[in-house]
Design a protein around this ligand. Sequence first.
Ligand code: TEU
Ligand code: CA
Length: 549
Amino acid sequence: MYPRSFKDSNGDGIGDIPGIISKLDYLKELGVDVIWLSPVYQSPNDDNGYDISDYRGIMDDFGTMADWEKLLAEVHGRGMKLIMDLVVNHSSDEHAWFLESRSSKENPYRDYYIWRPSRDGQEPNNWTSIFSGPAWEYDGQTGEYYLHLFSRKQPDLNWENPKVREEIYDMMTWWLDKGIDGFRMDVINMISKTEGLPSAGGDRYAWGGDYFMNGPRVHEFLREMNEKVLSRYDIMTVGETPGVTPDDAARYANADGTELNMVFQFEHMELDSGWGGKWDPCGWKLKDLKATIGRWQTGLHGRAWNSLYLNNHDQPRMVSRFGNDREYRVESAKMLATFLHTLEGTPYIYQGEELGMTNVPFKGIEDCRDVETLNMYRERVTEGGGNHDEVMNAIRIKGRDNARTPMQWSTEANAGFTTGTPWLHVNPNYTEINAEAALADTDSIFHYYRKLIALRKTHPVIVYGSYEIVSEEDERIYAYTRTLGNDRLFVMLNFTGETVSFASPYPLLAGGGGELLIANYPVGEGSETSGLDAELQLRPFEARVYLLK
Ligand code: TEU
Ligand code: CA
């Protein structure tokens, strides 16, 4: 949940905690078990709360600590759980620690952050920031540079300093003692940097990820965090770990419970990035999706635990990216939901995904708010002389603002999100895509999600079954089985907008031994031959899930 865009209760155009409370019944009806709340701590909002200036205060825009306490009670009162976003790779440059740290080289907080003198009059190394430009900012007060892997207002904390680790563990304990049910941990695999912070490659600026992702002490730090804090509570933890492989993840999310419960990996989020990376969007291939999902499903089975997602506040809307947000929006949204809810792992639903919310036709850069997008535009177009239309096209396809337009509640002004002026424009298609319409339509994507979620609760094979691909070579149909003891699930997904004939390797229907659990089209008994070589005609973006006898 992205609080800034979920529901505004006081007409200032910004979502807030009382607004969230007013919509908890909606989440309960959907069947949500755990709410992951993006940061609500005090922040100057350079990166919409991922730049924290007080880890124990609630952001004024979002309400008070009393509001937050009420939210937790209301969530628990409905039998749901709440996990908070732990952002400790970096803080805000307006955090008291950083104000002290930058004030002098002798200040006791100096080594809470990563300061280095210039190297030949330039930055201490050649790393680029993930939000464009160099990863170092010169600070005239003490004539040194500080490291910021993200925006210059997000200085990296120095995890080599045991005092920093103690402060963070104390803060985590403080929140856990309030009764939260766990943490999502922001870029937690970046907290250990390679000794000496070596430069990367030969260029003036280069990607330094080899020296700050999955670094030398990251597992030591997480084991210490687990021993000193996490292991003392009955909680859920999920680490956000860009750039991990299944083997890395098997360590972070190992079954012994010495680190985290699961991680968000990004391999399937890179399939549509060309040579130029995220902002060089290219088509993706189903065979590549099958390969990466297969690697993760088989790679972690019995060793660790997967998280399953195609959407969050950092990714464009999945129905636009992996489905068809025009003539087959509903069918493809349901097909993708079926995909996410029939794999092994914990499925995550991002606000509005259950409505089939789509990407946004941003007119110009003035429509965008995301620091990642604004920094990239300035570097490539304003300063770099790049082509405005080309860059705007990439932003419409991959920009994070696509996921951050206000939640579409109804056909009222501003989609019922606010009575004021929303901080970010509402997607114009809210008139037909909104929660009110979805709740009233028994055939809506919302109600389809409810059925999927309910299925997981009644069929252990869906949660624990081992994954096996079927017809791997098929470029249009993604089919797989899940097996647990004598139970076998068979899933068929048409990832194209055409009707595709597919030879099921299993007898289905007509007494053939398959029970249809869920489908996104009506499946008539007469529509297929039964028997071994049943030739199924799978319609555009058709999804079917059978329980084989
Ligand atoms: O995201 C980390 C991260 O790597 C993403 O920024 C991702 O690489 C990028 O968005 C892809 O384009 C986390 C938070 O989820 C994100 O919202 C924050 O901006 C970032 O960390 C810094 O805290
Ligand atoms: Ca508000």
